[in-house]
Structures are given as structure tokens and as C-alpha cells.
Ligand binder design. Structure first.
Ligand code: SAH
Ligand code: SF4
Ligand code: F3S
Length: 467
């Protein structure tokens, strides 16, 4: 069956799911309520918006909290062991409450479900879970939902690779004014520590026309800020029948009327082109922020990690970017305790952090992922050594981030108002540099871009005044 036929078939299942949900509503005595919990990255967050869109179309209302839900769905992550443990912890809690929710549908999907050992564990130890599917059959959620609503048996459906992209499905966005847009799925890089290529499959780029149509549609629906999503956006389009480049795509997206800000993640340093650097300098709608994961400052470890660049290349990119976009914000990801990491390797990472001056960094302790090459490397770093290095790294990151954040003090910034602050009368928003600012405002302003003076630096964020 062709992909388009498969998608059309899902629209028929959505109709059937609507009927089954109506029957469920009769048994319950109210419209069924659903609750989705998303673990992991922005890909999963975007997938959850698609799942929510389908549930809404099928007639499910949003539950305010998990406990009042008639259908609970966990969209899981497995990038590090603590992500797995988080899911199992929440499942344990859900199992403890199951007596008070007979007949409730409990579903699991996302990256952890692409791991056979996890699926086995769910089958055996969590009998109350009655719907399981993976990242490759997200597109079939209408059918899976229908089956979960009508079959007595537990529904387990995991596909091994992507045959149909999860597109042309209803979507329910979390925010009206900003949206993620998938430009590619999967990853071909096989960094030796990383599970993502195994659970998300091979890299597939969407056609530029399809992406642009989606962006235009979002703009017409009031979206101002777009976040383009992919595990390595810099390799976008290379394998398309008519090859396209990421920089070219960005320029076309910046032309879409109504879109005011364009962001993207994640960039891999090995594929960052001069063309992209030029686009960053020239395109006014492109935000002056780049998330550029470095992982380590040691050439020896970068090689072991299969990252395909060295420290000098990374520093060269930083220099080029700063020459093109003088006040650009740079953020990164760093792993400590990769197998074989010596004190000297770690010092190289620390010195790179000091040399670059990151606006912020996500720091992770290496987590062994079964099936990845690094899991069987000798010299796994003892926990206490990794933790001690992690603390030192965090201190260096914090020191740099505070210094970088301070550079905006006194400036007036265009801030996209995003949400109400806990402090009454205050709104929280972001500058084009991705800096968080709290400022006096009302919830009617959410989704608008307003001018704010960055008057009061607080380490990693600002309190500002309206101008
Ligand atoms: N595709 C993105 C990152 C996806 S995962 C990229 O290449 O930049 C997000 C981050 O998690 C990675 O950048 C890495 O720093 C971290 N990470 C991935 N696998 C990990 C592991 N096994 N242990 C610890 N951190 C890991
Ligand atoms: Fe993982 Fe590397 Fe792919 Fe990022 S580029 S998802 S770190 S394998
Ligand atoms: Fe996690 Fe999957 Fe994202 S493993 S980090 S949710 S791609």
C-alpha cells in the first residue's frame, strides 16, 4: 500500500474511532477525557501535539490532570537511563491507582517503545497498560485508538522502520503563537553513545514544498514563531530526489508573510555550512541564537564519540558565527564521563567552555545505552568521578552563562510574550537571543511582540521594564 493510501485509511479509522469514543462516552456517562504526558525532546513534544489533535477529533476532551483521565498516554524518551526510570516510576504510580479507574485506557508510545526489552517488561510487569506503539507508527494512531476502544485484548503494535510520515493528521498546538515544524525525521549519525538512531530510524527529509505549505498554514492560523525540528538540521535535504539545502529552506521560510521569528534545532557542527552562516547574518527573521552541541572539548573523545569534527573545527565555527552575527547567542550540549574520559580530556572540555563563552549549556552525565558501541567500550568512568567532573563543569558553565547574560543589561529588546508569570501582573517572554525576560504585562498580550528594557539581570534571565 502506498503511503498516501495508508494515510487516507487512517482518516477512515478516525471516523470509526469517533463512533467508538461515543460508545465509550455512554458507558462513562460523560465525554471521555484524555491526558498525555510527554517525556524527552521537542520531537516528542511535537508528536504529542499530533496525538492530542487526533484525540480531540475523535471526541476526547482534555483532562486537567492525570487522575481525572479516562485515557492516559505517555509519550516516552530513552535517551538516558533516567528518562527510562522516570517513565517506569510514573507507571508504578498509575498502577497503584488503577483500582479507582476500572476500564481506563493506558497507552505508551515514543522512543522507549522501540526497545524490545522495554516492550517485554511492559507486557510482563504492567498488565494494566493496554495500548503500546512506537515512533514509526504514530501515523496509525487513529487505528490504534479505535482498536484500544473496541478490543478486549491488549494492543501492541511496533513497526521497525518509518514507512509513512506522521503528516496530514489533525494537530492540536500547545501554543497559538508558536509552533514546531518537523523538517526531517530520524538520524544517520550514530554517535557512539546515542540511542536515537536506533529508536527513531534513518534520516528522512520532508519535501521543501510540504514544509512551506505547513508554515504558510501556521502563519494563517496566527503563528509568529516557527521552530524547525530535526536531529541534525544541517544535513537537511541532502538525500532528497531533488536535493535541497538547509540554508535554502530557511531563506524560503523567512519569506512567509506573518512569520516573524524562525528558530531551529539541532545543528551538528560537522555539517554547518558557510551558506548557513551567511543566512544567519542576512535573514532578519532568523533569531540570533544557535544551539550547537559540542559534547566534548577533547579531540581524542570526539573521535571515540564518532562526531566527525575536532576542537579546532568547532572553535573555527564559533569564530565564523561571531564574525557574521556579532552578538549571537551560543548554547550547547556536553557529556561528561564518556568511557575512557581522563582528567586531561575533561580539562579540555572545561577549557573549551571557558574559551567559547556559552550563553547556556545542557550538561549530561554519560549514560550507558545497551546496543550502542560505547556501551561495550572498556574504561567506563566510575560514578563518583563522573559526578565530581559534572559539578566542576556546571560551575564553569554557570560562570560563563552569567557573564554572557549580563552583556544585554540596559538594552531594549523585542520580547515575544509567552505566558503568565507566577508573580501576578507579570508576563514571561523571550528575546530573539532566547533570553528569558519577566516584565509587567497582562495575559491579553500573550503572543505579541513587545519592547522591554532589560534593566535587571538575575544571572540567567532578566526582569525588564516596558518602554
Ligand atoms: N541530535 C541532537 C541531540 C539529541 S540528544 C544532536 O546531535 O545534537 C540530546 C543530547 O543528549 C545530546 O546532544 C547529548 O549531549 C545527550 N546524550 C545523548 N545520548 C546520551 C547518553 N547516552 N548519555 C548522556 N547524554 C546523552
Ligand atoms: Fe544522537 Fe548524534 Fe544523532 Fe544527535 S547526531 S541524535 S547525538 S546520533
Ligand atoms: Fe528522547 Fe526520543 Fe527525543 S529518545 S531525546 S524523545 S528523540
Amino acid at each position: 500500500m502506498e503511503a498516501t493510501e495508508k494515510t487516507a485509511r487512517q482518516m477512515e479509522f478516525l471516523e470509526k474511532a469517533r463512533g467508538a469514543a461515543a460508545a465509550y462516552a455512554e458507558r462513562l456517562g460523560h465525554a471521555p477525557r484524555s491526558y498525555i504526558e510527554t517525556f524527552g525532546c521537542q520531537m516528542n513534544a511535537r508528536d504529542s501535539e499530533k496525538l492530542r489533535g487526533i484525540l480531540r477529533e475523535a471526541g476526547f476532551a482534555d483532562a486537567r490532570e492525570e487522575n481525572e483521565a479516562d485515557l492516559v498516554l505517555y509519550n516516552t524518551c530513552t535517551v538516558r537511563d533516567n528518562a527510562d526510570q522516570h517513565v517506569y516510576g510514573r507507571l508504578g504510580r498509575l498502577g497503584g491507582n488503577r483500582k479507582s479507574h476500572p476500564g481506563r485506557i493506558v497507552g505508551l508510545c515514543g522512543c522507549l517503545m522501540q526497545e524490545p526489552h522495554a516492550v517485554e517488561k511492559i507486557k510482563k510487569s504492567y498488565p494494566f497498560v493496554n495500548l503500546v506503539f512506537g515512533t514509526h507508527n504514530l501515523y496509525a494512531f487513529p487505528e490504534l485508538l479505535y482498536r484500544a476502544l473496541t478490543e478486549k485484548k491488549r494492543v501492541f503494535e511496533i513497526e521497525e522502520k518509518t514507512t509513512v510520515l506522521p503528516e496530514s493528521l489533525p494537530v492540536e498546538r500547545k501554543h497559538g503563537f508558536k509552533s514546531g515544524v518537523n523538517i526531517m525525521y530520524g538520524c544517520d549519525n550514530f554517535c557512539t553513545y546515542c540511542i536515537v538512531p536506533y529508536v527513531r530510524g534513518r534520516e528522512i527529509s520532508r519535501e521543501p514544498e510540504d514544509i512551506l505549505a505547513e508554515v504558510r498554514h501556521l502563519a494563517a492560523d496566527g503563528v509568529k514563531e516557527i521552530m524547525l525540528l530535526g536531529q541534525n538540521v544541517n544535513s537537511y535535504g541532502k538525500k532528497l530526489a531533488e536535493p535541497a539545502t538547509f540554508a535554502g529552506l530557511l531563506r524560503r521560510i523567512c519569506r512567509v508573510e506573518g512569520i516573524e521569528r524562525v528558530r531551529f534545532m539541532t545543528s551538528h557542527p560537522k555539517d554547518l555550512s558557510d551558506d548557513l552562516v551567511r543566512a544567519m547574518a542576512e535573514e532578519k527573521k532568523l533569531c540570533p541564537h544557535l544551539h550547537l552541541p559540542v559534547q566534548s572539548g577533547s579531540d581524542r573523545l570526539l573521535k571515540q564519540m564518532n562526531r566527525h569534527y575536532d576542537r579546532a573545527h568547532y572553535l573555527g565555527l564559533v569564530e565564523k558565527l561571531r564574525a557574521a552575527v556579532p552578538d549571537i547567542s551560543l548554547t550547547t550540549d556536553i557529556i561528561v564521563g564518556f568511557p575512557g574520559e581522563t582528567e586531561e580530556d575533561f580539562e579540555a572540555t572545561l577549557s573549551l567552555v571557558r574559551e567559547v563563552g556559552f550563553d547556556s549549556a545542557f550538561t549530561f552525565i554519560y549514560s550507558k545505552r545497551t546496543g550502542t558501541p560505547a556501551a561495550s567500550y572498556p574504561d567506563q568512568v566510575p560514578d563518583e568521578v563522573a559526578h565530581e567532573r559534572f559539578d566542576r563543569l556546571l560551575a564553569a558553565v554557570k560562570e560563563g552563562a552569567e557573564r554572557m547574560c549580563g552583556r544585554f543589561a540596559g538594552q531594549v529588546a523585542e520580547v515575544l510574550a509567552e505566558e503568565e508569570n507566577r508573580q501576578p501582573g507579570y508576563i514571561t517572554g523571550r528575546t530573539p537571543h532566547n533570553l528569558v525576560v519577566h516584565f509587567p504585562g497582562t495575559k491579553e498580550e500573550i503572543g505579541k511582540i513587545v519592547k522591554v528594557r532589560l534593566s535587571d539581570p538575575r544571572g540567567f534571565y532578566y526582569f525588564g521594564e516596558r518602554v
